[in-house]
Design a protein around this ligand. Structure first.
Ligand code: G16
Ligand code: MG
Length: 220
């Protein structure tokens, strides 16, 4: 029986994905690396260092360890400058109602974001107090598609993974949810997220009813 719902952040609760892209694009431009929106698709849900590795590979560039770390810091500064303009208006519509529905149904609410900036983002969005547990991306050994962050979130909520459902917008995230032994709800088309157990176009299309029935259908 489902007792908790674990949400991804970027692309599920808010559109920080666009700000990540803009920050990476600016970094790439500054360093003369070829990068575009197309390549950016591969970065969805991938952690900061993993994303930079993909960008360097794609550009055919190589840098030493010190430069790599400096680039990570530079990208994060660019990203955080964009976050400064965030407010509750940046929360996707429907999220507050969905959270209220989860509460009313007795479900716990968790956050499993790959972002080290997630605690700041949820504060800026005005939803920090809605979560029973916010998993710390910096504290888990393996990034998505490994199950670590979803398992850490379930444990933090005091629930076993089988009693949790994950909500993701990235393929790596859906893989992580399944590896954790949870039902996966995909925000996006079946074409974009073919492995999800249920696809909805946007978070505003999701209701507690659909969350609960997605578990029943998967169990059946
Ligand atoms: C997010 C984004 C990724 C980003 C990652 C790390 O993950 O989807 O594009 O690279 O966080 O973010 P930061 O640089 O802030 O640590 P998620 O899991 O919330 O989709
Ligand atoms: Mg995401």
């Amino acid at each position: 029986t489902v007792k908790g719902v674990i949400f991804d952040l970027d692309g599920v609760l808010t559109d920080t994905a666009e700000d990540h892209y803009q920050a990476w694009q600016m970094l790439a431009d500054r360093h003369g690396m070829a990068f575009d929106r197309e390549t950016n698709h591969q970065l969805k849900g991938v952690d900061r260092a993993g994303s930079l590795r993909l960008i360097l590979d794609h550009a055919g560039a190589e840098v030493d360890a010190a430069t790599f770390d400096a680039m990570l810091a530079e990208k994060n500064d660019l990203y955080r400058a964009r976050l400064a303009g965030y407010s509750p208006a940046n929360l996707f519509s429907g999220v507050r109602d969905l959270f209220a529905g989860c509460r009313a149904a007795g479900l716990k609410i968790g956050l499993a974001s790959a972002s080290r900036n997630a605690p700041d983002v949820v504060r800026l969005l005005g939803i920090a107090d809605e979560f029973d547990f916010v998993a710390d991306a910096g504290a888990v050994p393996n990034a998505k598609p490994a199950p670590d962050i979803f398992l850490a979130c379930a444990a933090g909520m005091g629930l076993s993974p089988e009693d949790c459902i994950g909500v993701e917008d990235a393929r790596a995230g859906v893989s992580a949810i399944h590896a954790a032994g949870m039902v996966a709800i995909g925000i996006g088309s079946e074409e974009a997220l073919p492995d999800a157990d249920l696809n909805v176009p946007a978070i505003g299309d999701l209701s507690v009813g659909r969350i609960l029935s997605s578990e029943r259908e998967t169990a059946a």
